[in-house]
Design a protein around this ligand. Structure first.
Ligand code: MLT
Length: 310
């Protein structure tokens, strides 16, 4: 019987599915890298979220490991070259948390448009600063999507429902798909020049790192509001801080940071800056979805060799 270790907190559905499919499962979370190294040898599969870092060192001790399953989209916490060199398949669940993440981006867009966190803090401090918080409408504004894949597509759909105009920069977006999504495909420079709000929905790669660099932020419409629920590293945080201070950027909401956990940042305390601790995928529904998907995929692979989302 194949044996799987669930090493991060995961919805109980995952363990249930493994057992139903004839896979033995241990749920042991919160282990240090050294403890994981000591135990990994007995497992055929490792199911993770974002806490476990599957390093080359852990993989070197994973003598029986055949598959790593990430209950989520990004596989940044897995050393993919080291896994590939060992013939370990790495799977993700690209769809289970897309709606949830898209909804978080929309929530942050509203938070910026109406300064909700600052207005809430001020009201609860007994200040009643009705004149301080003048917002903007979303209707008829232009939303610039950097990345028009699965999550970006859902954001576009919701934004169009809010009567926004959506322009998208994505080298992989076909003209046909752009029409289907009801978005206008544009170059990055065009998006920067036209968008009232910019939201990022692209993985962090060599070509997207610092896509919102100081140089690109300088090309934005003055007062643009920026949302990032994708990956830290897509925005140059020092440049963002300077642009918020100068007013070039009118507001920014980050769910993700260059370094996580982000317990300190020059951005903290900046007016018109909103932050959440990488909550993009944190809904009950999404966590159930990704747990089910990762367990089904890993069990298929371990029991019958079927490969999905590798
Ligand atoms: C993902 O990659 O699925 C999201 O960023 C969620 C997460 O890492 O928790």
């Amino acid at each position: 019987m194949p044996k799987v270790l669930i090493s991060d907190k995961m919805d109980p559905k995952a363990a249930q599915i493994f057992r139903e499919r004839g896979v033995e499962v241990d749920e042991i979370t919160g282990k240090t890298p050294a403890e994981l190294i000591a135990m990994i040898g007995e497992y055929d599969g490792l199911a993770i979220r974002s806490s476990t870092k599957v390093t080359a060192e852990i993989l070197a001790h994973a003598t029986n490991l055949k598959v790593v399953g990430r209950a989520g989209i990004g596989v940044d916490n897995v050393d993919i070259p080291a896994a590939s060199a060992k013939g370990v398949v790495v799977m993700n669940t690209p769809f289970g948390n897309s709606i949830t993440t898209a909804e978080h981006a929309i929530a942050l867009m509203f938070a910026l448009a109406r300064q909700l966190p600052e207005a809430d803090a001020s009201t609860q401090a007994g200040k009643w600063e009705k004149n301080r918080f003048m917002g903007v409408e979303l209707t008829a504004k232009t939303l610039g999507l950097i990345g028009a894949g699965n999550i970006g597509g859902i954001v576009a759909d919701r934004a169009r429902g809010l009567k926004m105009k959506v322009v998208a920069f994505d080298p992989f977006l076909t003209p046909e798909r752009a029409v289907e999504m009801g978005v206008e495909k544009v170059t990055l420079d065009e998006l920067l020049a036209r968008a009232d709000f910019i939201t990022l929905h692209t993985p962090l790669t060599d070509s997207t790192r610092n896509i919102l660099s100081a140089e690109n932020i300088a090309k934005t419409k003055k007062g643009v509001r920026i949302i990032n629920c994708a990956r830290g590293g897509l925005i140059d945080e020092a440049a963002l801080k300077a642009a918020l201070d100068s007013g070039q950027v009118g507001g920014a909401a980050l769910d993700v940071f260059q370094t996580e956990p982000a317990k300190d940042s020059p951005l903290f305390g900046t007016p018109n800056f909103v932050s959440t601790p990488h909550l993009g995928a944190s809904t009950t529904e999404a966590q159930v979805n990704v747990a089910i998907q990762v367990a089904e995929q890993m069990a298929d692979f371990l029991v019958s060799g079927g490969v999905t989302n590798a």
